[in-house]
Write a protein that binds this ligand. Sequence first.
Ligand SMILES: Cc1ncc(C[n+]2csc(CCOP(=O)(O)OP(=O)(O)O)c2C)c(N)n1
Ligand SMILES: [Mg+2]
Length: 327
Amino acid sequence: MPDHPRPDRAELIDIYRTMRTIREFEERVHTEFPGGEIPGAVHLYAGQEAVATGVCTVLTGDDYIASTHRGHGHAIAKGCDVTAMMLEIYGRAGGLCGGKGGSMHIADFGRGMLGANGVAAGGVPLSCGSALSAKVRGTDQVSVAFVGDGGANQGAFAESLVLAAVWQLPIVFVVEDNGYAQATGTRFHLGGKDIAPRAEALGIPAAVVDGYDVLAVREAAAGAVQRARSGGGPTLLDCKAHRFFGHMEGWDQQAYRAEGEVDRLRAEQDCLQLFAIRALEDEWLTTAEIAEIDAAVRALIDHAVEEAKSAKDPDISELLTDVYVTY
Ligand SMILES: Cc1ncc(C[n+]2csc(CCOP(=O)(O)OP(=O)(O)O)c2C)c(N)n1
Ligand SMILES: [Mg+2]
């Protein structure tokens, strides 16, 4: 009996709702950003929802993920509270990290979300640490390291692959190849077409995955998580899905992208649309059910933004709390 059989209807609904929540969250942050209330750097995940969702749907609450600077989608898919996330992005009291972290430092240890990370590939060695900890403690927890195509060129990524292979860590490396590192296309920076062979060179099983197809991601992730959980060691998934927005809000004119590239992506490679078409064809969901989920998600995000805008800044007395931890 496989650990993760075909998703049943409840899981399919959950998958759609998660992807829709990420999309609505990101579209709304994009709309709100020019208002000037959101401090710091914000990188949006729209377009890549199927990757975070497909992976996190086969994880348990006890499993770990370490995220990137483009982390909202990972946090939502791991079950972080959406309103507390919005408060955090606005830098307000009541935010998931007390309003002192912002978009690039959202973390929720209670849900196994070890943090977004401003350092490209910074989460990857952390994931090796949490995987090693699980192995030493003898639990069956799995760690997932999300990393971009650009991050995969960092030395820390190569070192982490070696550690994971040598120590046979219960870890899944999820590379999100979205075609660009800032303004540099992968054909200029990758040194090859795929990142998967870098893992294979170390004996780590790897696969190239269609990152627009949430069920393909889920299936690949299910195999990888099962391998890790049963003592079979690491796996790398090289997921291909481009982002809809620029690298960073308020900064990127995207002059490096081909004319009409984003319009084509939205029209032809939108993971939500692709999923909805299949869900209707295969009668997993009705049009009315999809509309109902969409409306509920819109209301949730409206509420989150209202709460964030009306919340207070963190109190000055909390300036130094949570900064240092004594072990
Ligand atoms: C160690 C390090 N070097 C440089 C940067 C500046 N930087 C921020 S995001 C980024 C590109 C990351 O590209 P990729 O890993 O493909 O992620 P994506 O933005 O495409 O999701 C760079 C170079 C950084 N944050 N950390
Ligand atoms: Mg990239």
